[in-house]
Write a protein that binds this ligand. Structure first.
Ligand SMILES: [Zn+2]
Length: 271
């Protein structure tokens, strides 16, 4: 049976509270050998570590999601270093820049607040990159409506740190820029959505050794589960869909995406 990794899941989210054992079992029944659960703040990063301790197939990334940075202290570097001491931490993140929703969309907030928000996102992202370079880890990157800013910040560290632009929905040109920096992209269930023609074009233009599979569960369930709660087992549905779309065997997708993940994530850290 082909084997897969779900390189981006949020297993600590309340959506999975009641049936996580069966979710892990269903994933394994579908050949999903490894799941990386991604922290979005201090607490969720701690929970990611607990899940990684409980389930042999689960690994963790620790970090602060850009949408939650206003809750983060000014300096998160020591906390990141401590969390990353755990041998099942395979990357830092998710971190990055998200300018899709701005504070000024809310009553009583101004452009001044938007500027503060952006500065905090930049500072926290940069701190992740610093610690990643120190610990020789890569970063899981969340980027929305801020491609150039994200690239510029990553560029300064691109000698030591690679990023995976998770839930990639960009253009073939953007994929090339990412690849030139030694970084990668990963695709979610969006690739199976009927209207996601441009995302599939980007995937088609991405060399087989440059992309990974992820669910971003509980979000973005692929067809035929679109709109329902997503779970790691559905990586298999994505792979089946993509094998047909790319006209390659499912084994080829399994081998390439797992090999890419093994080069990117530190699954065998000696601490
Ligand atoms: Zn995520």
């Amino acid at each position: 049976m082909p084997r897969f990794y779900d390189t981006h899941a949020h297993l600590d989210f309340p959506n999975f509270k009641n049936d996580l054992d069966s979710i892990i079992q269903r994933a394994s029944a579908n050949g999903i050998e490894r799941i990386i659960t991604i922290g979005v703040d201090q607490e969720s990063s701690g929970s990611a570590l607990q899940l990684a301790e409980k389930y042999p197939s689960v690994y963790a990334a620790v970090g602060w999601h850009p949408c939650y940075v206003m809750d983060a202290p000014e300096d998160v570097r020591d906390d990141l270093r401590k969390l990353a001491q755990h041998p099942k931490v395979v990357a830092l993140g998710e971190t990055g820049i998200d300018q899709h929703h701005l504070p000024s969309e809310k009553e009583g907030m101004t452009e001044q607040d938007d500027a503060v928000y952006l500065e905090k996102q930049k500072s926290i992202f940069q701190q992740h990159l610093e610690v990643a370079s120190e610990l020789k880890l890569n970063c899981v990157i969340h980027q929305r409506d801020a491609f150039d800013i994200t690239i510029n910040l990553l560029q300064a560290f691109s000698k030591d740190v690679r990023g995976v632009f998770h839930c990639f929905v960009g253009t073939p040109d953007q994929q090339k820029i990412i690849q030139q920096m030694g970084s990668m992209v990963s695709f979610t269930g969006i690739v199976t959505f009927k209207n996601a023609i441009e995302v599939r074009e980007a995937l088609q233009a991405t060399p087989m050794d440059q992309w990974m599979l992820e669910t971003d569960c509980p979000y973005l369930a692929p067809v035929p589960y679109r709109g329902k709660r997503c779970e790691p087992a559905y990586v298999l549905n994505m792979a089946q869909y993509l094998a047909e779309f790319l006209d390659v065997s499912i084994e080829e997708i399994a081998e390439a995406t797992c090999a890419n993940a093994e080069r990117f994530f530190q699954f065998d850290r000696q601490i």
